[in-house]
Design a protein around this ligand. Structure first.
Ligand SMILES: N[C@@H](CCC(=O)N[C@@H](CS)C(=O)NCC(=O)O)C(=O)O
Length: 351
């Protein structure tokens, strides 16, 4: 942990840009997937290795029994259900912001579904982003009694910032645009950053707004004492990633998530999926593999979508129980609604 004075900020911000955009450790890495491809390796091993966060309730954290839960966790469990027939054939490796992309490139994990924003430098350096599983934005949390409601009014405040995250870039941009006198207090770990904020070490905490909602719901003694506002009004699509160089695995991960969206679009949920298999609607029959073809195209059996929905439900159900109305976070669906409902989630055709 180190506080930094204004004079040092220019240098720190340059370092920050290097760290979040294209960390040196990542830059030199080339993707090293298993011989024979990831699908074969996962089948031989019997479980999927998933990169997880170090603990963000709603997105990825173990419960009191050590069972991993969250939207990102279930994104990975959907792949396990599709490929191995069982959502629980997945293991979770907690990774810091700094470690996550290297762990994917080196083959330690098969999928990185961990609150990771899709950016050009990451995409061009060894990983492929699939499709966003949560449209987020960078947020700032302050105590309500400070009376600050936007980034401009925050100028002069100290802000807890975590390394290895795109939030560092957002912080730098804020200084260059609306709040030149912000002071960064930088930490390497998520937990240290959060604790520093709650112990009064900084006036504000900057990170994904979803992460802030999670932290406020789980760490604040009185959540109403804190407000969250957008840092800069830009969207930050959190997107699961895979290694470069394995198109089949890339497709499987992408379409396992698409299956959750399409199930919602077609009105198929965990409770009615068995009944839906009797449907005469050709779109539903093709989606659920009653009419074969989609499974074979991906190198899977024809029941992969059925298993995903039977074991996890559709995206709406998954959103609700992890981060929405049925969870402590109570996040609004917002841009994460289906396109037909005014959101950005577009179910692609299963034909
Ligand atoms: N979306 C941003 C930030 C993501 C991120 O890793 N944020 C940290 C800081 S709060 C976090 O959520 N960590 C989750 C955890 O370790 O549990 C990025 O891709 O860089």
């Amino acid at each position: 942990m180190r506080g930094i004075g204004k004079r040092l900020l220019a240098g720190v911000c340059l370092l920050a840009l290097a760290a979040c955009g294209q960390p040196a450790a990542e830059r030199k890495q080339t993707a090293s997937g298993p011989a024979g491809g990831t699908l074969k390796a996962v089948r031989d091993r019997g479980y999927v290795n998933c990169g997880a966060s170090t603990g963000t309730v709603g997105f990825g954290a173990p419960d009191s029994h050590g069972y991993w839960r969250g939207l990102d966790i279930e994104t990975c469990r959907a792949v396990a259900a599709a490929v191995l027939g069982d959502k629980d054939k997945a293991r979770f490796v907690p990774l810091t912001g700094q470690q996550r992309l290297t762990a994917l490139q080196s083959g330690e994990i098969d999928i990185l579904p961990r609150t990771t924003t899709w950016t050009l430098s990451r995409d061009a350096n060894g990983v492929n982003f699939t499709l966003p599983n949560y449209y987020d934005y960078d947020g700032i949390m302050v105590r309500r009694d400070r009376g600050v409601t936007n980034s401009r009014e925050l100028d002069g405040a100290s802000v807890c910032v975590q390394t290895g995250s795109t939030t560092e870039v957002t912080f730098t941009n804020l200084m260059a645009s609306v709040a030149p006198n912000l002071k960064a207090v930088i930490f390497d770990s998520t937990q240290a950053t959060r604790q520093a904020f709650f112990s009064g070490r900084c006036d504000a905490l900057i990170t994904d707004a979803s992460g802030l909602a999670s932290v406020r719901a789980t760490m604040a003694s009185n959540p109403d004492d804190f407000i969250i506002f957008p840092a800069d009004g830009k969207l930050s699509p959190l997107t699961p990633a895979v290694r470069h160089g394995d198109d089949q695995w890339f497709d499987i991960v992408k379409w396992s998530f698409q299956a959750l969206l399409m199930a919602e679009e077609l009105g198929i949920d965990q409770a009615n999926v068995d009944e839906m298999r009797q449907s005469q609607d050709p779109t539903i029959r093709r989606f659920l593999g009653v009419e074969p073809g989609n499974g074979a195209a991906l190198g899977l059996d024809e029941e992969w979508t059925y298993r995903i929905v039977k074991q996890l439900g559709n995206y709406g159900e998954m959103f609700d129980r992890n981060v929405g109305a049925g969870s402590p976070l109570k996040l609004d669906r917002g841009p994460n609604r289906l396109f037909r409902d005014g959101g950005l989630m577009v179910p692609m055709a299963f034909n």
